[in-house]
Design a protein around this ligand. Structure first.
Ligand code: ADP
Ligand code: ZN
Ligand code: MG
Length: 481
């Protein structure tokens, strides 16, 4: 039995205002090439880098959030290699004294987190005859997180990367969008039959969570088959081919000594005791895992429901504000009733209201409906004063006009008819007018009753309360021969 082992190296672009070692705007998505540049990030001779303190703080904050160790000192090193995306011929990175050591996430141990500078973007012409270099991205603060080889499957790797993405977003360190290249995952994969780790292969070119999972699972299979056929695994870098769904050899892996690392002479040693770690710790907001626990405890949400809110900070905020309005209105009622009302609120928020927002392409910030009015609507629904059909109409009206649900109901005369007198009269009319359906019902045809309920509802212009209609229709039907 082969045992797969995976370790991840994840690069993340930090969203600081300026670049890592100069004052240029940090905007790697800027479409116009080479405008956020200066002699420092172009690597002109004679220029000197200065450390962006905000970038350092962001990494320390992540370290604190992941229960890592923050050493007393840290330093930058030069990683030397020649490639056109690197104007200086070396990258300022960190080698043996990273900012963050150890820690844990999703049950997986972390090795380190360090800081470096991003490279320029190369644009290759379609004929492969020449390449263009856009330096807007050169010098953007890039964080690298390295895990221990603690992961066993592609699925586990994805779960880890997704959780990290959520945490980065909660901390406001990065938007960590994989499609935009803000978060890049590389997977080291090996397989072994004994307790010794096998030779690892580094898989690159993973541009989505799906690619991470598929590439790792493919690579595990490939290595096992290769060993079974009597071959050795080569220590190499392979690229994931999204179309062929295969990893392909890119180059043999270079070793650390190939990079001729040495301490960056133009930057001082960092004294991390000078950073106010206590203050940084306090600035850490509630993290996804704490939210999961609280959402379950305070609102009794199911795990998949909580997850919808955790993935969307603004939606969660709206939800919590609406629940607190709901509590203010129905305060004091028993927890079971409150639980039901919260479920109604959650459902209308995540299906109907989210649907309307998607349809009209508006975000929650532009939403017209106050959490208070939304809670009002939920109260009306839960009191049985509105059928779900009517509630949807009113929600749409609230969405368009931003008005109070009670006001809309009154103006439109939309109040649900629960007056038994009126409903009874309509039910009797319907029974008299539809002898065939009545006969079918008597023969035991369930659909006939639905038909009669529909007819009665139509007479009430859709505003009857379905349960009352059904009850009164049945009463009328038992009385008719
Ligand atoms: P390198 O020096 O080749 O960069 P490192 O020891 O720095 O290798 O590890 C890089 C990544 O590879 C880490 O995430 C680590 O957990 C992972 N890794 C190390 N050895 C193995 C292995 N045998 N199988 C799978 N992953 C490994
Ligand atoms: Zn610059
Ligand atoms: Mg390494």
């Amino acid at each position: 039995m082969y045992q797969p082992t995976i370790g991840l190296e994840i690069h993340v672009e930090l969203k600081t205002r300026t670049k890592m070692f100069c004052g240029c705007l940090n905007d790697p998505l800027e479409k116009h090439p080479n405008i956020n540049i200066c002699p420092v990030c172009l690597g002109h001779p004679g220029t000197l880098p200065t450390i962006n303190k905000k970038a350092v703080e962001a990494v320390l904050k992540l370290g604190l959030a992941l229960n890592s160790k923050i050493p007393e000192t840290s330093k930058f090193d030069r990683k030397n290699y020649f490639y056109p995306d690197l104007p200086k011929g070396y990258q300022i990175s960190q080698y043996d004294a990273p900012l963050v050591i150890g820690g844990e996430l999703n049950g997986i141990k972390l090795r380190r987190v360090h800081l470096e500078e991003d490279t320029a973007r190369l644009i290759h012409s379609t004929d492969d005859a020449h390449s263009l270099v856009d330096f807007n991205r050169a010098g953007v603060p890039l964080m690298e997180l390295v895990t221990e080889p603690d992961i066993k499957t592609g699925k586990e790797a994805v779960a880890f990367a997704k959780e990290l993405q959520l945490i980065l977003r909660h901390l406001g360190i990065s938007d960590a969008d994989m499609e935009k290249g803000q978060m890049r995952v590389e997977a080291n994969v090996s397989v072994s039959k004994d307790n010794e780790l096998g030779t690892k292969v580094e898989v690159k070119n993973l541009n989505s969570f799906r690619a991470v999972e598929e590439a790792i699972d493919y690579e595990i299979k490939r290595q096992i088959e290769s060993l079974e056929n009597g071959h050795k695994i080569r220590h190499e870098t392979r690229g994931w081919d999204e179309f062929e769904k295969k990893t392909k050899s890119q180059r043999l892996k270079e070793e650390a000594h190939d990079y001729r690392y040495f301490p960056e002479p133009d930057l001082p040693l960092m004294d991390l005791t000078k950073f106010n770690l206590e203050e940084l710790k306090i600035s850490i907001p509630e993290l996804p895992d704490q939210k999961r626990t609280r959402f379950s405890k305070e609102y009794n949400l199911a795990p998949n429901q909580a997850e919808i809110l955790i993935e969307d900070r603004l939606l969660a905020q709206y939800f919590e504000e609406a629940v607190s309005e709901l509590d203010a209105e129905i305060g004091g009622i028993d927890t079971e009733q409150r639980g039901i009302a919260i479920q109604t609120l959650f459902n209308y928020l995540t299906s109907d209201l989210k649907g309307l927002m998607a349809e009209q392409k508006i975000g929650i910030q532009e939403l017209n409906i106050t959490p208070e009015n939304f809670a009002d609507l939920v109260v009306l629904i839960n009191k049985g004063e509105l059928s779900s059909r009517l509630a949807k109409d009113i929600l749409k009206e609230m969405f368009l006009s931003g008005r109070d649900p009670r006001q809309i109901i009154e103006e439109k005369g939309l109040k649900q008819v629960s007056d038994e007198e009126i409903i009874k009269k309509m039910a009797e009319e319907v029974v008299a007018e539809n002898p065939k359906a009545v006969e079918d019902y008597k023969k035991g045809k369930e659909t006939a009753l639905q038909f009669l309920i529909g007819k009665t509802m139509a007479k009430l212009k859709g505003q009857g309360k379905p349960e009352i209609i059904e009850k009164l229709l049945k009463e009328t039907l038992t009385k008719t021969k």
